[in-house]
Design a protein around this ligand. Sequence first.
Ligand code: SD4
Length: 295
Amino acid sequence: MTYGIIATWAMAFEGISNAAKDLAKNGTIADNIEATIKKVEDFPFYKSVGYGGLPNEEMIVELDAGFMDGDNLDIGAVAGIQDFANPVSIARALSTEKLNNVLVAEGAAKYAQKMGFERKNMLTDRAMTHYKNRLKENSQGSESGIVPYRGHDTVGVVGVDMTGRIVSGTSTSGLFMKRAGRVGDSPIAGGGFYADSEVGAASATGLGEDLMKGCISYEIVRSMREGLSPQEACEQAVNELEARLIKRKGIAGDLSVVAIDKNGDYGCATNIDNFSFVVATDKIEPTVFIANRFA
Ligand code: SD4
């Protein structure tokens, strides 16, 4: 029986290792993706996710998360939510609602409060120090603008369990120093995540503004449906989107993606160097791989 799970960035290794054990014992992919993402959200030193995530330009941590169940195409997402420990769990809960599946800011917080999700101040002293240092650097003119953190980025996890259910989930604090209210690709279905149990799932990390322009996660699942392998679909999506962006705008941001199909085959592509991702399947022990920009 096939199962498999793949996550963006090495930081998900522990969660993926736990998930692999559970999936081998018939665990559900939805529970394991949520648990894997929560582990990253709870760890204070990852700069782009959950507790310890870096704040926006007003020194407020605003979090985005998405969840999609590929069996019935249910989606749930929160954007710009503050002061809740596990945005991915809120997104998952929203995916089970009939309507109102995507909530932002105060509305999302009201829902989370009503549903009893854990409240938490997500700004750590460490993140505050980063913020203050960046303000200093900006005022000295040495660095400016918003940039994704390379190496500790958004967590995106996709996987299939032994029942054939396929799920995709994401969680992020978005870009450091983003404008208040800015939303990236991570809580956008088809942008940061997509899943369809008839085909496979994909998730993205990098510059949300550019990833969204290609609806990149949907695009990968769409081309897998047409017969491309996860690897071919990931490479095609990143290559084509980067080429289109460069042609029209002269520049493309960071684009990194992972995907899995219903057979448990996986793929990954990136236009940066040293993009790490973690894979575990019924054939592969939990392993961190490093992908580099295509030639
Ligand atoms: C975003 N794609 O908010 C996310 C962030 C990310 O670099 O992946 N971090 O645009």
